[in-house]
Design a protein around this ligand. Structure first.
Ligand code: AMP
Length: 501
């Protein structure tokens, strides 16, 4: 028998046919045997549409069981899955189609007409529809297929997915993830977070992004677990499902919203063993309030599209607020200076990673791929971080958000932490804006706490009392909320545009 590294085959070896996989809002349950049959039908459908091993299958569809079948069927057919953010507009979709040249583009029925024009212009041979109620051309085609499919043999280095990064500047780049990368990622997380028989994952994240697709969904499939498969995050619904769940994965804004629900308490979380947060920094205030309301200490972890998870707070032992814990097993992670040399604990530097989960490069951008790797093979994450003496990693921010004022480096997070702790402040974002004398001027954008009207003078005085003069904001702006993308990341580029004009 040929040994295959096809990730679907590796999942399927672990499936319990009669165990429930997806628990849907309408009360339907889909077990692992049904998942296997459906993915076989979808794989035949893809082949019928002309998909061959090594091809790309692009999808801009809503979260649904059928979207999961499509993803897993793409793996089974030996092709690479290219999920698109459902918020992408025609310009972004055109760029991705032209860049990745998929064989098939799967779209929501309501988007069929505009998508057809984009697909035709990009030379994409086939376009089919898939609706979130199991409607559309692809489910109809799949229904006519047989329920067995011989999963295509793949090597570790074969492509399983291309995920375009949420990069806030420039055109999105396709991060190539292999079957080997994804297998390395899920097997480590499954062990590290102690997935166990009986676990029920509360899945509320989108599945076009690494967090919902490769962290949440993969962990549940690897554990042959049940998951509440929710179309989106809804705090009230989460509260109803928590007592019947054991693991929740969310972005920090999910936790902030949950905290606004009066019913969030230890009793609501009685079935839970683990709350995980990632994709953006968790504010200490959220971490502490969640702990005092529920008795649960959120486990914060760190990773990115280009390689999955790099660091995590421990399952047992100290989960330290404001840190992302220690490098995961199998991941070499260093904080380095501008010559790619590791810096000592306490010194801020660039985070660089190497490991079996780290991606195979950017799709058709060999020069960019080379530029983002060091001579000794570490990937430059673009994040700045600092190790504590006992090996906990703190994320200071993206290197492109570093402010250089009067020739001095200013790390926004240090100032944001001071401002967030001042009276009347809910949260803040510190950015650099062009300045004739200083190069960049430190600028604070602040969301007042409910009912508060903080004074700019008091904010400036508060920072002055705590930090060196060059870190004190030259200007303070107040906003009702900070612009965030779907994964809860503050879009500092939009703030720079808004206030730099
Ligand atoms: P993405 O590729 O969309 O998952 O974004 C990855 C980026 O999100 C990382 O490079 C970090 O800048 C940021 N990120 C992820 N997790 C965390 C975290 N726990 N704390 C701070 N930033 C994070």
């Amino acid at each position: 028998m040929t040994v295959s590294a096809n990730l679907y085959g590796r999942f399927a070896e672990r499936f319990e046919p009669t165990a429930v996989c997806l628990q849907l809002p309408d009360g339907r349950n889909i077990d692992y045997a049904e998942l296997d049959r459906q993915t076989a039908r979808y794989a035949h459908a893809l082949v019928a549409l002309g998909v061959k091993p090594g091809d790309r299958v692009a999808a801009q569809v809503d979260k649904s069981p059928e979207a999961v079948y499509l993803y897993l069927a793409t793996l089974r057919a030996g092709a690479a899955f290219l999920p698109m953010n459902t918020a992408y507009q025609s310009g972004e979709v055109s760029h991705l189609l032209g860049d990745a040249r998929p064989t098939v583009f799967v779209v929501r029925p309501a988007a069929a007409e505009p998508a057809r024009a984009l697909a035709t212009a990009a030379g994409v041979p086939r376009m089919v529809t898939l609706g979130d109620a199991g409607d559309g051309e692809l489910p109809a085609l799949a229904a006519a297929q047989t329920s067995e499919f011989a999963t295509i043999v793949r090597q570790e280095s074969d492509l399983a997915a291309i995920l375009y990064t949420s990069g806030t500047t420039g055109k999105p780049k396709g991060a190539m993830l292999t079957h080997g990368n994804l297998h390395a990622g899920v097997s480590v997380l499954h062990r590290f977070w102690r997935f166990q028989p009986g676990d029920v994952l509360l899945h509320v994240l989108p599945i076009f992004h690494i967090h919902g697709l490769f962290v949440a969904l993969h962990c549940a499939l690897w554990n042959a677990s049940a998951m509440w498969f929710e179309p989106r995050f809804d705090a009230k619904r989460v509260l109803q499902l928590l007592p019947r769940s054991t693991v929740f994965m969310g972005v920090p804004t999910n936790y902030v919203r949950l905290l606004t629900e009066a019913g969030l308490d230890a009793d609501a979380c009685r079935g839970m063993r683990l709350f995980i947060s990632g994709s953006a920094p968790l504010l200490p205030d959220t971490f502490q309030r969640f702990q005092s309301r529920t008795g649960h200490t959120i486990l914060e972890r760190y990773g990115m599209t280009e390689g999955g998870m790099f660091a995590s707070n421990p399952y047992e032992g100290g989960r330290r607020c404001g840190t992302v814990g220690q490098p995961l097993p199998g991941v070499s992670l260093r904080v380095a200076d501008e010559h790619d040399r590791p810096v000592p604990p306490g010194t801020i530097g660039s985070i660089q990673v190497k490991g079996a989960n780290v991606f195979a490069g950017y799709w058709q951008l060999p020069e960019k791929t080379a530029e983002e790797h060091t001579a000794d093979g570490y990937f430059r994450t673009g994040d700045l971080g600092v190790f504590s003496d006992d090996g906990y990693l703190g994320i200071v921010g993206r290197s492109k958000d570093l402010i250089i004022t009067g020739g001095l480096n200013v790390y926004p997070k240090e100032i944001e932490e001071i401002i967030d702790a001042l009276p009347g402040v809910a949260e803040s974002a510190v950015i650099g804006l062009p300045h004739a004398d200083f190069g960049e001027a430190v600028t604070a954008v602040i969301v007042p706490a409910a009912g508060a009207q903080p004074d700019a003078g008091a904010i400036i005085a508060g920072v002055k009392a705590a930090l060196a003069g060059f870190k004190v904001p030259k200007a303070v702006h107040f906003v009702a909320e900070l612009p965030r993308n779907t994964m809860g990341k503050v879009q500092k580029n939009l703030l720079r545009q808004q206030f730099g004009a």
